[in-house]
Design a protein. Structure first.
Length: 568
């Protein structure tokens, strides 16, 4: 284990230091500027006002994976000669059927002027509506979407003027169907955003951080809103200066940030007081995490983009693993000469120390590239990971990539076999006058599915897709055969719905109900049940419609059941 902890130290880096570190990783400061300097190289060109040329949209479905194109016209067709990449996803916690995806929209594949594209669905991703862009004709990039606990959608978008970078956050009360005029939100390149949905007093706090090098408020690279996005605070620096990363919120509203650092591996910073609006945001500590590699820009598969951003997530399950911190990224390996592997590490002490890194992809070749590694954790603790993989590339086309997936149900100790979800595609196809397919994907997990916003070229050009992964798992911890089966009827539920379960042997049984964010709604006292069939009425456990999960535990075995509550 290699861990270095720095307590309450604000690191400052000169340009000379920045250059020397990047020279070590074969990426110089000047090349990084060229790769990630988000400026409008091309002038805005309005899309043709007349009918667009279209082709059939791409759609595929199997027992494991459903995917459908999002950037489609009013008839559900693919729009030719445009491009879309770098998608981000938001799901309404009150009504899981409502989702929105934002992306970098290029109206002309030959022009890299990008705008804030978006689409929304009201039927759980079966059909999507693409109204156009936010702020037509305004340069916008690096979209990041989120929701608060009440179902308000937020869209964080980067723009630039006279070489200055700044972000604006737009809000939607209609599930992403339309957006307000937005609020200034500090910012810079590769900003990421997270909203507290813990049910604690900090519920609704909005956090964002970005790469400090181009910051609107250098050297600051973090802001916070404690008033529902009406205002964003003055910038502060994040200890350890992470970049190209994401944020996560723990069960006690502790805030974690991960990104690559100015050494190999990742940097994780933690703040306990960010949740308190009366306190100036301070960092408890930051930790260097050994990933046996380093994140990089400009690999062969994505020449002007990243190998992927860093992911961080916190286990919210109501068991002994609650609060564990997980990090994941695609890295160029150090111990072996591999261009890209998906690496994972975990912390059981709140980010103070991390385990040795584990390779998630089971491909042993040292020439294939696993890139755009993306992670999310379900409320029941299941860890989902996806990435793009060149292992199936045809002869003569070594960079062709396919989407792969695996999961862990024991907190990252063991992983399922890698499963291929898509056909291979050429990531160099349809470049919108810049040699990249964006820099990241985005994924959100519930207890039954992993919902993915991703980009590919299966339609002959860069397009954005919604994907739903349904792993064949019925139990999170099924180490014994005490409970034969469990079911809820009727479902969608009402005040008369009942939980039915059958025990093979006598056992103590507990029943808990959680909302989609993992917040405990109701819990029955643990009781002893004899072997046989049992039934209990759920009653009116929640006043709001939405998706809920009923977790029944018998001994060491637990089963989570998804419930849908409709309006009365």
């Amino acid at each position: 284990m290699r861990t270095n902890i720095y307590l309450s130290v604000i690191a400052t880096y000169t340009i000379l230091t920045f250059q020397s570190v990047y020279a070590q990783n074969s990426v110089t400061n000047s090349s990084r500027s060229a790769l990630h300097n988000e400026i409008p190289d091309d002038e805005y060109q309005p899309a043709n006002s007349g009918p667009r040329i279209t082709s059939p949209a791409y759609r595929r479905e199997s027992s494991l994976f459903y995917m459908t194109q999002v950037n489609v016209d009013a008839d559900g067709n693919n729009i030719l000669q445009d491009a879309a990449n770098e998608p981000s996803l938001a799901i309404d916690p009150v009504n899981e059927g409502r989702m929105a995806i934002g992306w970098r929209q290029f109206d002309n594949v030959g022009n890299n002027f990008r705008q804030a594209g978006y689409a929304y669905t009201t039927d759980g991703g079966e059909t999507w509506t693409f109204p156009g862009v936010i702020d037509p004709g305004i340069f916008r990039s690096d979209p990041v979407l989120e929701t608060d606990a009440s179902g308000v959608f937020y869209y964080n978008s980067l723009s630039t003027s006279s070489g200055n970078y700044y972000c604006r956050v737009f809000r939607s009360n209609s599930g992403g169907a339309d957006w307000d005029e937005g609020v200034p939100a500090q910012g810079d390149d590769k900003q990421w955003m997270e909203i507290d949905k813990s049910g604690n007093p900090s519920d609704g706090n909005i956090y964002a951080f970005w790469t400090s090098y181009y910051s609107y408020c250098y050297p600051g690279n973090f802001t916070r809103s404690t008033d529902g996005g009406e205002n964003y605070e003055d910038c502060v620096t994040v200890d350890g200066n992470p970049y190209w990363g994401t944020l996560a919120i723990g069960p006690e509203s502790e805030l974690y940030i991960v990104g690559t650092g100015y050494n190999d591996g990742l940097v994780v910073a933690r703040s306990n007081n960010a949740a308190d609006p009366t306190q100036y945001v301070a960092w408890d500590y930051y930790t260097y995490v050994d990933m046996d590699g380093y994140m990089t820009a400009g690999p062969n598969v994505n020449p002007a983009g990243l190998l992927g951003q860093a992911s961080i997530a916190v286990n919210q399950a109501f068991d002994s693993h609650r609060g564990e911190v997980y990090v994941l990224s695609s890295v160029q390996r150090l111990s072996v000469n591999d261009p890209g592997d998906v690496m994972f590490a975990k912390s059981t002490d709140g980010g103070l120390t991390f385990s040795n890194p584990v390779r998630i992809n089971d491909d042993l070749s040292l020439s294939n590239t696993q890139w755009f590694g993306t992670m999310s954790v379900a409320p029941n603790g299941r860890i989902d990971v996806v990435w793009l993989d060149t292992r199936d590339a045809p002869v003569g086309n070594p960079l062709y990539s396919a989407l792969y997936y695996c999961y862990s149900i024991d907190c990252g100790e063991t992983w399922s076999a890698n499963e291929r979800l898509s056909e291979s595609f050429d990531p160099h196809l349809g470049w919108p006058n810049q040699e990249k397919m964006g820099d990241y994907f985005d994924m959100i997990s519930d207890n039954g599915n992993a919902h993915l916003a991703w980009c590919n070229t299966l339609n002959g050009e860069q397009d954005v897709y919604y994907g739903r992964i349904t792993p064949l798992i019925t139990s999170v911890a099924n180490t014994s055969n005490i409970m034969d089966k469990a079911a809820i009827s009727p479902n969608p539920v009402n005040s008369h719905s009942r939980l039915n379960f059958t025990l093979q042997q006598s056992s103590k049984v507990s029943v808990s109900i959680y909302d989609i964010t993992g917040r405990l709604i109701r819990q029955w006292n643990e009781a002893e049940f004899q072997a046989g069939r049992h039934t209990t009425e759920l009653g009116n456990f929640a006043s709001k419609p939405g998706v809920y999960f009923c977790k029944i535990r018998a001994g060491n075995q637990s089963i989570s059941l998804k419930m849908i509550k409709l309006s009365e």
